[in-house]
Design a binder for this molecule. Structure first.
Ligand code: NOJ
Ligand code: CA
Length: 550
C-alpha cells in the first residue's frame, strides 16, 4: 500500500484479538483463517486498518505477548501462508495491516534467552538484563513485576538474576547491547518486507532501565521507576529512523504519559518517535478514577499539547480493559443508547479512532462465574494474591470479575448459533451468554443497531474533513456529565454533545437553534430549541451550527 505523508490521520483502526475473533479450523481458538473469512465484515463496517494483537510463535503465557520466534506464526493461528492470505485480502479491500511489536521482552523460550541463560560467557550473554545477587543472595533490588511477585528471577547456571517487568517467562531484552538492537531491527525489516503498513509497539517506555542509579531502586515497580528515561527515547528514535521512516509506516506506541512533556516526547513530529501514543493506564486505576470531568480535562489538555505538531490515538477499549459499555456506559437499561454515545464520542474527537473488536456491537463484560474459567495470567495472579492477603473467595472473585482482561477477550459474538458462531467447538474462553441478543448477524440487518451507527460514523469521517482535521474547542460546564465540543474547519462548524449519564439535562449553547442540521444522533427526534438542547439519558448528537450568527 502507498503511505502518503500523515496517512495515519484519516484512518479508522480496528483492533483484532486473534484468539477471540473467529475460529477458521474448528479447534475452539481464533486464527488467521477465521480473520480472513471476516474481512468482508470489516470492509462493511468501513474500517481502513487492522491492528492485530501478536500472532507470532509463542508459548502463550501472556497470550502472544511472549514471543519465542518473531519470524514465525503461532501454530494455533496458522501458517505464514495464512498470514499472507490475510494480508492480501486486507490490501485488496484497502485495509492496512498493523502488527503488534513486543520488543521490551521476549519469551523465555526464545532462542536468544535459551542461550543467554546458559553461561556468563556465551555470545548471547548480554541480550537480557542480568545482575548479580544482592549481598544477602536475594534479588538485586525490590522491584515488583506488573503481574505480581519480584521482577527478578534467579538462574542457577549463571548464578545471576534476570529482570522481567511482566511474567517471569517474559525476560526483558537489553537494548543497550548493540547486537540485541540490531537483531530487533532485523525483525522489523523482515516484517516491513512482508508488506506491513504499521506497528503498534508494546510496552515501550522502559527500554532504559536506569539500573546504574538513575531509576529509583526503592520504588515498588521498576516500570514506574524507570519509565521514559533518556536511553528509551534515544533507542526509539534510532529504531524509527532506521526501520520505520524509510517506508513512512504508521506507528502507535503503548507508553507511559505522566505529563505534557512525555506526550510531546513520544508523539510530536519534531521528536521523531511515534505518530501516536496509547497511554497505558492500569485497568483498576481506570475503573476507579474515570469520570466525564476527567475526560474533559484530559481531552482539552492533550489537544492543546499536541495540536501544533502531534496527533492522538483515540480509544475507549482494548484487550487490556473492561468492555467500554460496561465501564463508561450502562450495559443494562441504556445499553444501546450508551454504546452509541461512546462510539460517537470516539469518532468525533480529534485524532485517529481505534475500535476494539465487539465494541461495534456493544459487547459487554461477562464476569466469568468461577476463577477456573479465567485464562488471563494477570487475573489469576491478582486473585491468588488477594486470597493470600486474607480476602474472602467471593470478594476476590468479584474484584477479578470487574478488572479482568478476559472481559474483553471472550469470543466475538457473530450470530445466535452455538458458541455465537465463533467456533463449532468449545471456545478457549467461554462465550458471553448474551450472544443470543447481542451479535453481528442481527445488528447488520437492523438499521437502528450499534453496528450500523458505527458504520455511519465511519462514513461521516471519510466524507467530512472537519471530523478529522477540524479545530477542537471544549464548551459547556467543566463539571457535570455532559461532554461537548465544537470541531471547525473553514466555514464548517460541528457541535458534538454527549450525555454520560442516565439523567435528563439541558445543555445550553448560543448557536444551537431549532433548525440546526442534525448530522447524527442516537435518538430519533433531538430536542433542539433556541440556544439549548434537551438531552435524554446517554443522548449523543452532532449538529452543524453557524458561528456567523452571533
Ligand atoms: C501490554 C499489552 O497490551 C498486554 O496485553 C501485555 O500483557 C503487556 N503489554 C506485556 O507485553
Ligand atoms: Ca482455530
Amino acid at each position: 500500500m502507498r503511505h502518503e505523508k500523515d496517512w495515519y490521520k484519516d484512518q479508522v483502526i480496528y483492533q483484532i484479538y486473534p484468539r477471540s475473533f473467529k475460529d477458521g479450523n474448528g479447534d475452539g481458538i481464533g486464527d488467521l483463517k477465521g480473520m480472513a473469512e471476516k474481512l468482508d465484515y470489516l470492509k462493511e463496517l468501513g474500517v481502513t486498518a487492522v491492528w492485530m494483537s501478536p500472532v507470532y510463535a509463542s508459548p502463550n503465557v501472556d497470550n502472544g505477548y511472549d514471543i519465542s520466534d518473531y519470524r514465525q506464526i503461532m501454530e494455533e493461528f496458522g501458517t505464514m501462508e495464512d498470514w499472507e492470505r490475510f494480508r492480501d485480502g486486507a490490501h485488496e479491500r484497502g485495509i492496512a495491516i498493523i502488527m503488534d511489536l513486543v520488543l521490551n521482552h521476549s519469551s523465555d523460550r526464545h532462542q536468544w534467552f535459551r542461550e543467554s541463560k546458559k553461561s556468563r560467557n556465551n555470545p548471547f550473554r548480554d541480550y537480557y538484563i542480568w545482575r548479580d545477587p544482592a549481598p544477602d543472595g536475594g534479588a538485586p533490588n525490590g522491584w515488583l513485576s506488573v503481574f505480581g511477585g519480584s521482577a527478578w528471577e534467579y538462574v542457577e547456571e549463571r548464578g545471576q538474576y534476570y529482570l522481567h517487568f511482566f511474567a517471569k517467562e517474559q525476560p526483558d531484552l537489553n537494548w543497550d547491547n548493540d547486537e540485541t538492537r540490531e537483531g530487533i531491527f532485523d525483525i522489523i525489516r523482515f516484517w516491513n518486507e512482508k508488506g506491513v503498513d504499521g506497528y503498534r509497539v508494546d510496552a515501550i517506555s522502559y527500554l532504559d532501565k536506569g539500573l546504574d542509579g538513575r531509576a529509583d531502586m526503592s520504588e515498588a515497580f521498576g516500570t514506574s521507576s524507570c519509565a521514559n528515561l533518556e536511553g528509551t527515547h534515544r533507542h526509539i528514535k534510532d529504531m524509527v529512523k532506521k526501520t520505520i521512516k524509510p517506508d513512512n509506516l504508521m506507528t502507535v506506541g503503548e507508553v507511559i504519559i505522566r505529563n505534557d512533556q512525555d506526550a510531546r516526547d513520544y508523539t510530536s513530529a519534531a521528536s521523531g518517535e511515534f505518530d501516536m501514543a496509547i497511554a497505558f493506564v492500569p485497568p483498576i486505576v481506570e475503573i476507579k478514577t474515570w469520570s466525564p470531568e476527567r475526560f474533559k480535562r484530559e481531552v482539552e489538555e492533550n489537544y492543546e499539547c499536541l495540536k501544533e505538531d502531534g496527533w492522538w490515538a483515540r480509544f475507549l477499549s482494548n484487550h487490556d480493559k473492561p468492555r467500554q459499555v460496561s465501564l463508561y456506559g450502562d450495559d443494562k437499561r441504556y445499553w444501546k443508547e450508551s454504546a452509541k454515545m461512546l462510539g460517537c464520542y470516539l469518532h468525533t474527537l480529534p485524532g485517529t479512532p481505534f475500535v476494539y473488536q465487539g465494541e461495534e456491537l456493544g459487547m459487554t463484560n461477562y464476569g466469568l462465574p468461577s476463577i477456573e474459567d479465567y485464562d488471563d495470567i494477570d487475573t489469576k495472579n491478582y486473585y491468588h494474591t488477594m486470597i493470600q492477603e486474607g480476602a474472602a473467595k467471593e470478594e476476590a472473585l468479584a474484584q477479578a470479575q470487574s478488572v479482568s482482561r478476559d472481559n474483553a477477550r471472550t469470543p466475538m459474538q457473530w450470530d445466535e448459533s452455538p458458541n455465537a458462531g465463533f467456533s463449532p467447538s468449545r471456545p478457549w474462553l467461554p462465550v458471553n451468554p448474551n450472544y443470543t441478543q447481542i451479535n453481528a448477524r442481527q445488528q447488520m440487518e437492523d438499521p437502528d443497531s450499534i453496528f450500523q451507527f458505527y458504520q455511519k460514523l465511519i462514513v461521516l469521517r471519510k466524507e467530512n474533513p472537519v471530523m478529522v482535521h477540524g479545530d477542537f474547542r471544549l464548551c459547556g460546564p467543566k463539571e457535570g456529565p455532559v461532554i461537548a465540543y465544537t470541531r471547525s474547519l473553514g466555514e464548517e462548524t460541528w457541535l458534538a454533545v454527549h450525555n454520560f449519564s442516565d439523567r435528563e439535562i439541558w445543555f445550553e449553547h448560543e448557536n444551537v437553534s431549532e433548525d440546526s442540521l442534525v448530522i447524527i444522533s442516537n435518538y430519533k427526534d433531538p430536542k433542539l430549541k433556541e440556544g439549548a438542547v434537551q438531552l435524554r439519558p446517554y443522548e449523543t448528537l452532532v449538529i452543524r451550527i453557524s458561528l456567523q450568527s452571533n
